[in-house]
Design a protein around this ligand. Structure first.
Ligand SMILES: [Zn+2]
Ligand SMILES: [Zn+2]
Length: 397
């Protein structure tokens, strides 16, 4: 299926993507962002995928008797970061690329594991380095047709390196306006947010819903509650999705109750590093999913997660099970149960701030917003006290 020539330009051109700097002519949003380069990029939509056939047959073999799925979402284990690859009818979309130190993994997953040499659409949800980092490697690995980002400029060396590399390949950044759509083979992608730029970079994440037949996936980048609320107010009916790529690595600053009630996900994907000092995912968020009966897949526990849809149902294959790193298992949709989350409660620990000499519960705002360079992890409360740290007055750890 992925060996098809597909030289038919299935991905529509600029008419489905209204640039935010085009004078705010789009029906849903104001003019935003920096100056757009003069030259409009011509889209060829031509695929350059060669070796995917072999990979697909291996996957079908692993999936056993399940029907040949035409859509796959590979949610990659890039530690504390996000990276996903969507394959549909021979078309390829990459959404984020993890951190810079994931570059080699990204390169080999694209070219080796998936046997790809082309990416039709690359999406950088927002310019933070745990999302932009590995995309330079993806640009080096695969001839990329177009790049969607929420901003043209962000003052961070990782983002700027990605931007320079894109410019070298004559790729202009495009900003998908909320309310517009894009096709990826038979899958349809709707851009849901941002409607306006927030001060917080996470809240400018490209939020998009992919539907394929009767199945749907919602990608949120690092959107936090303000952007969730914005999407909820503007288009609540569009949020419903079978699979939610959970915002901001499961942080308590995302996945608000109202938002989750609108999405009603059957499965949730969390890109999170083992024993990360951010306290991701937050216990409160996991508890919300548990209460909703949503099956949670976490890259720290399950490794890379591959979801396959035939348009009617979704099957899930994970790289490993918790406590059994070598196992590979297959779940059909009917077998998904909420028990898995209950067996693996969040690890208890504390996060200290080396600057303020205070320590917090991992889900406390003070810990979530703390800069990486000031973080120190304590396994117990006693350990923090002994190190001379004072308990935070808000979360009272
Ligand atoms: Zn992130
Ligand atoms: Zn972020």
């Amino acid at each position: 299926m992925y060996g098809g020539t597909a030289a038919d330009g299935i991905i529509p051109g600029e008419k489905h993507l209204i640039n935010r700097n085009d004078g705010g002519a789009g029906k849903t949003g104001p003019a935003l962002g920096r100056a757009r380069p003069e030259t409009e990029r011509k889209m060829s939509g031509v695929l350059r995928i060669c070796r995917g056939m072999l990979v697909l047959s291996v996957l079908v073999w692993i999936l056993g008797s399940s029907a040949l799925a035409s859509l796959e979402v590979h949610f990659l284990d890039v530690g504390q970061g996000d990276a996903a690859i969507v394959l549909c009818d021979g078309k390829v979309m990459m959404i984020d690329g993890g951190k810079p130190d994931n570059s080699q993994f990204i390169y080999s997953y694209l070219t080796g594991t998936l046997g790809l040499s082309g990416i039709d659409v690359m999406v950088l949800s927002h310019p933070h380095s745990d999302h932009a980092g590995g995309l330079s490697a993806a640009l080096a690995a695969c001839r990329t047709e177009r790049i969607l980002t929420p901003v043209y400029y962000y003052n961070d060396p990782v983002f700027l390196r990605f931007r320079d590399l894109a410019a070298e390949q004559n790729l202009m950044f495009e900003m998908p306006l909320a309310g517009t759509k894009l096709s990826l083979g038979a899958a349809e992608i709707s851009f849901l947010a941002p409607y306006k730029l927030f001060g917080d970079t996470n809240d400018n994440s490209i939020m998009m819903r992919l539907s394929y037949g009767n199945t749907s996936f919602l990608f949120t980048g690092d959107a936090e509650i303000p952007e969730e609320m914005e999407a909820l107010e503007r288009a609540p009916e569009l949020l419903r999705a079978d699979v939610l790529k959970v915002g901001h690595h499961g942080s308590s600053s995302s996945s608000g109750e109202d938002f989750l009630n609108a999405v009603k996900p059957r499965a949730a994907l969390i890109g999170v590093g083992i024993e990360n000092t951010y306290g991701h995912p937050a216990r409160s968020v996991l508890e919300r999913f548990r209460a909703m009966g949503t099956q949670v897949f976490r890259t720290d526990l399950h490794g890379t997660v591959v979801l396959a849809s035939d348009g009617k149902s979704i099957s899930v294959r994970t790289e490993r099970m918790p406590n059994d790193p070598d196992s590979v298992y297959t779940l059909s949709w009917a077998e998904l149960t909420p028990e898995l989350t209950q067996e693996h409660p969040a690890v208890e620990y504390y996060v200290g701030n080396m600057k303020s000499q205070r320590f917090h519960l991992p889900e406390c705002e003070g810990a979530v917003k703390m800069s990486e360079k000031n973080r120190i992890r304590f396994e117990t409360r006693e350990e923090a006290i002994q190190a001379g740290y004072q308990p935070c007055g808000t979360c009272k750890p």
